[in-house]
Design a protein around this ligand. Sequence first.
Ligand code: KIV
Ligand code: NA
Length: 263
Amino acid sequence: RKTVTIPALQAMRAAGEKIAMLTCYDASFATLMDHCGVDVLLIGDSLGNVCQGQSSTLPVTIADMAYHTACVARGNKTALVAADLPFATYATKETAFDNAARLMQAGAHMVKLEGGVWLADTVQFLTERSIPVCAHIGLTPQSVHVLGGNKVQGKTAAGAEKLKADALALQAAGASLIVLEAIPSLLGKEVTDLLTIPTIGIGAGPDCSGQVLVMHDMLDVFPGKKARFVRNFMQGQTSIDAAFRAYVGAVRDKSFPAPEHCF
Ligand code: KIV
Ligand code: NA
């Protein structure tokens, strides 16, 4: 297939074609996901949980992220590679730039960071300096100790308004993608309709421009408790290759997420 670029994702949104994204942490899985048609490979800081056995993403360092990003980039040919800026690496726009540059030099095509309006200046600073940004709002796991747990966000009228304001500010600042995590489906639709850039949902309903899951969750290899939005794509399949293709197919034909995966 042709190389997946940010304009290509924008064109998919415009055409109503759903974007399939998965987390990926190493070269072998990157090659497989790329062959199976996954559009975006995300080196998520969820690697703290699923690779390192940490109980949150907070211990993950920029060196960890650069290492896994380089591994994924070596295995990938055509997918877009996005990498998370981990906890405490983007408190100021200057430190955000230095850390994002490390991920770009390791092979990322874009960086992701968690937060709303307060990050708008940072998003603008990065995009002006040739670093595309994916924002992540709703349930933001790096804020677990502020949120008091991994809870569904945007359930109150005020929370929903704040989320919409965050999304608009991030888009205006130059973000080219927004991940919406663990919010009511209706709000996922409202935010998606409000924006011109693609939204990628994880527990944000079927109306986002695309979907993302953690690889270890959708292959059912992560031993912990699973979130409502996870579907086991190994079920009914006899290979990991088939599970990745089933995921891409279910995102494209809109059979995932189903109501039981939504809030
Ligand atoms: O780190 C991660 O895996 C993520 C996705 C769940 C969006 O940020
Ligand atoms: Na993350």
